[in-house]
Design a binder for this molecule. Structure first.
Ligand code: FAD
Length: 463
């Protein structure tokens, strides 16, 4: 008897819940990954994510081959390929880990329906979060829409059971001994290699985590400073499942102390937004708060382009946007600053910014990105109030006090002193030879003026 394990956003052999259940089922297990044309069709050829995933899949395949088995790497529509492989291999069950995005839920329903027609079954498991769907609800049985009570309920519910590992790696002998044709190259898939700051595969994830474990006690005090090595940089690995969320949550929970507790809080935010997306899929493309669905944004294409290119004249915003473009990563504090700036200084629809991040971030995750944007735009469930408007200059002075981060990504300002670098247009004595507008843009908007416009925009829609 053969069963299939279908890898999706869980690209690892170790501590993989669905793989563990497949291997324990007693059947010979064949593993499959599909480069899904439904997803690939909308992506540019140099998309960093595809290069990253391709490396993860190559790493997975090597690991499965080392265990005497193989990984079948297909290219096409998953809805067609998975049922077809099940038919060819006479596999009655397909195992996979649950995905909470609306498009993935639809895809899985279609796969399950096709499998059912041939007397097969799709079995899904919780793997990418600690608590899923409706595992953490209010006393009235409703989903939480405010983070702090959700976090408290989450922590109350946590027992060693929820963070214990599913040691799939110990049962690899249960896999079928088989060989499949070579994987499609990146070029065959229609993509080319793009530079990624991170290496795909579990080894890189484990190294990052090992390094972070040494720094976790400082997390609370360092995490807001983009020039410091304060955060874990694990988001991409969490997104693609090259590291187990249970391993990370277990470590943070057991470790305790200010830094680890604060970091565990971030992992809880991740669960929070996943359950929110599952309960309220309408947040895709819509404000969570109904009163903000008709906001009349100005949507200037020129300002949007300046924001994307890191040419707004606000150094911290520009440094952040250039970091994103060059590396596919942006520090959390900077995501908050740039998102606030787009919505409340440039008066541009948060969905434009959300879409740009979705195209550019290596760690792009629909739930976290939508949640983050709606938080910054004040349209989300537990968002910052609309009248809280970040001042990009004071944020810069506070979180990049020596301008180290700015200097890294906006080299044309490198010789400014630590005070003037945050607002070069105000500098009384700019560095010799520097000319505003020629060497670096003047601010495209006046923050004080735009702040008033934003307040009007939002207050018009207050019920
Ligand atoms: P750490 O500080 O080390 O945090 C550990 C992990 O916790 C992260 O890897 C991530 O998985 C999770 N996490 C941390 N903060 C959040 C949060 N606010 N919401 C959900 N999960 C969180 N995160 C993404 O993974 N993908 C996105 O597409 C994404 N888009 C964002 C857009 C905006 C506008 C904002 C404000 C935040 C967004 N975030 C997103 C959340 C956060 O910025 C990143 O998770 C974090 O910067 C990743 O760096 P790290 O792994 O070093 O984080």
């Amino acid at each position: 008897q053969t069963h299939i394990f279908w890898f999706r956003r869980d690209l690892r052999v170790d501590d993989n819940a669905g793989l563990f259940h497949a291997l324990k089922s007693g059947a010979a297990v064949r593993c499959v990954f599909v480069f899904d044309t439904d997803i690939l069709a909308s992506l540019p050829p140099a998309d960093r994510r595809i290069a990253f995933i391709w490396d993860c899949v190559a790493d997975l395949r090597q690991r499965l081959q080392a265990a005497g088995s193989d990984l079948h790497v297909a290219h096409g529509r998953a809805q067609d390929i998975i049922p077809e492989l099940a038919r060819q291999w006479n596999a009655s069950k397909v195992f996979a880990n649950r995905d909470y995005e609306p498009a993935a839920i639809l895809r899985d329903e279609q796969v399950a329906a096709k499998l059912a027609q041939q007397s097969g079954q799709l079995e899904l498991f919780k793997d990418q979060v600690i608590f899923e769907t409706d595992e953490v609800l209010t006393a009235a049985g409703r989903p939480y829409t405010v983070f702090t009570p959700y976090k408290n309920a989450w922590l109350k519910r946590l027992t060693p059971f929820f963070v214990q590992s599913y040691p799939s790696q110990n049962h690899l002998a249960q896999m079928d001994c088989w060989q499949t044709p070579p994987s499609p190259s990146l070029e065959t898939l229609g993509f080319k290699r793009a530079h990624t700051a991170l290496q795909g595969g579990s080894e890189d994830a484990d190294q990052l985590f090992a390094d972070f474990m040494l720094r976790i006690t400082h997390y609370k005090s360092w995490r807001d400073y983009p020039a410091a090595k304060g955060v874990s940089y694990l988001s991409t690995h969490l997104r693609f499942g090259t590291i187990s969320i249970r391993k990370l949550a277990q470590f943070a929970w057991q470790q305790g102390g200010e830094g680890a507790e604060c970091w565990l809080g971030e992992l809880i935010w991740r669960d929070f937004y996943q359950q929110l997306l599952w309960h309220f899929p309408q947040v895709v493309g819509n404000s969570f708060k109904e009163e903000y669905r008709q906001l009349e944004f100005e949507n200037s294409p020129q300002w949007f382009a300046a924001w994307q290119e890191g040419q707004t004249g606000y150094p911290i915003v520009d440094a952040a946007m250039r970091q994103l473009k060059q590396t596919g990563y942006m520090h959390n504090r900077l995501r908050m600053i740039t998102a606030n700036f787009l919505v409340k200084d440039l008066l541009i629809d948060w969905r434009w910014g959300e879409a740009y991040f979705a195209e550019t971030l290596l760690d792009f995750d629909l739930a976290a990105n939508n949640g983050g944007w709606q938080w910054a735009a004040s349209t989300g469930c537990d968002a910052q109030p609309y009248f809280r408007i970040f001042n990009p200059v004071t944020q810069s002075e506070k979180f990049d006090p020596e301008g180290k981060f700015i200097r890294r990504y906006v080299p044309e300002l490198a010789s400014f002193n630590n005070k003037d670098i945050h607002a070069p247009w105000l500098a009384k004595n700019p560095p010799l030879g520097f000319q505003l507008k020629r060497d670096y843009p003047a601010p495209i908007v006046d923050h004080a003026v735009q702040r008033q416009h934003a307040l009007q925009l939002f207050s018009k829609n207050r019920s």
